[in-house]
Unconditional design. Structure first.
Length: 387
């Protein structure tokens, strides 16, 4: 251990002992439900559709536990945050720059402290003593955050130690102190305007003869394009699903995914619609109108699950124990492959000559899974899978 690390360790030991009495009093008060939590802030350094959907589980539980509290979300600036996290989950969105410690401390002092938050929560993406300092500077009386061990979170009321697992479960550790049964679910609620647009889009598919609608997302963020099942296989699966005449397909293509369209060779049919360039709110609402959703491991996969849509999810390099959709899902994967999962953070790179983890998932498997979910939804009858 270096001299600097030894000194930090020693200071944490001293801090742990000195703050013990006050920390224990705050713990007892928070667990007993004695304090009136009028204002709560959740701080997370990440954004993106999938991460925000999984964070919604924490926000929904806070709403249920503290229905009269003002709930704020502090998150890096992103124009689409409100498309995913609606006012039913957070009363206020404030943005900060997570790349600079100096700026984070300035943000805590200038923007959070005047808010007089009773409870501050910091997600597992910030598992450092520094985050405890940020919540202290922000003036949060009760602080719950992650740290490598309890002593290094000595400034917190409660310190969580990240032991891995699914992202939603790691978020819910932050409210384990409440000693209430927590709901393990994600929540996505489209705006009324977006819902009306989605209804009109689905009505056109129904008019064309579609008794059921399957949403399909063949892409994912470009930096992790290695997660994508081959586009030509998506195209074949869509052609088989719509061939009988009673199923419609809505194919979602986001930024940087237009190149997938030629490879899919989609049939020219009024029951097949490609969605490109629509506002994220519209996309979210239309995903929620699907009877089943077929996707790679992507943000829209979590959007579907967050609206109660059953998902057929194709997983290759990413870990199921962290990224699986929360809700009814059929997971399609190549089991027993020694090199998977290999995802360790973006950019995702495959070091083998081929993507065996995704090539091992057949079109037959995917079509069968989608048909099973559509059948459960009551939209179409089960059929044998024939080419």
């Amino acid at each position: 251990m270096s001299a600097r690390a030894a000194l930090a360790d020693r200071l944490c030991d001293v801090g742990w002992r000195l703050t013990g009495p006050a920390r224990n009093r705050r713990r007892r008060a928070l667990v007993a439900g004695g304090p009136t939590l009028r204002r709560i802030v959740v701080v997370t350094p990440v954004f993106g559709v999938g991460n925000l959907v999984l964070l919604s589980g924490l926000l929904a539980n806070l709403r249920r536990l503290y229905p009269h509290a003002h709930l704020a979300l502090a998150v890096p600036a992103w124009e689409h945050v409100r498309s995913v996290i609606g006012p039913e989950l957070a009363d206020e969105i404030v943005s900060f720059d997570p790349r600079s410690r100096r700026r984070m401390l300035a943000f805590a002092w200038r923007q959070l402290r005047p808010g007089r938050f009773d409870l501050g929560l910091a997600t597992f993406f910030l598992p450092t003593t520094f985050m405890s300092v940020v919540l202290l500077v922000a003036g949060c009386r009760y602080r719950v955050a992650f740290a490598p061990d309890e002593r290094r979170g000595f400034l917190n009321t409660f310190t969580c130690v990240d032991r891995g697992g699914h992202e939603i479960d790691r978020h819910l550790q932050l409210v384990a102190f409440a000693d209430h049964e927590l709901e393990r679910r994600t929540v996505v609620t489209p705006s009324p305007e977006a819902a009306a647009w989605a209804d009109a889009t689905v009505d056109r598919l129904r008019t064309a003869g579609a008794r059921a609608v399957v949403g399909v997302h063949p892409g994912c963020e470009a930096v992790n394009a290695q997660k994508r099942w081959p586009a030509e296989r998506f195209g074949e699966a869509i052609r088989r699903l719509v061939a009988p005449g009673d199923t419609g397909a809505v194919v979602f293509l986001g930024p940087g995914e237009a190149d997938l369209l030629p490879a899919m060779q989609l049939p020219e049919s009024p029951r097949v619609q490609v969605i490109r360039g629509e506002p994220l709110q519209h996309v979210i609402a239309l995903v929620g109108r699907s009877d089943a959703f077929l996707s790679n491991d992507s943000g829209l996969m979590h959007v579907a699950a967050g609206q109660g849509v059953p998902v057929a999810a194709i997983f290759g390099p990413t870990p199921l124990d962290k990224n699986a959709p929360v809700g009814r899902a059929i997971i399609l994967e190549e089991k027993g492959l020694w090199c998977r999962p290999c995802w360790a953070g973006p950019p995702l790179t495959c070091h083998r000559d081929r993507r065996y983890c995704l090539e091992g998932v057949s079109v037959d498997e995917v079509v069968d899974a989608a048909r099973m979910l559509l059948h459960e939804a009551g939209g179409v009858a089960r059929r044998p899978n024939v080419c």
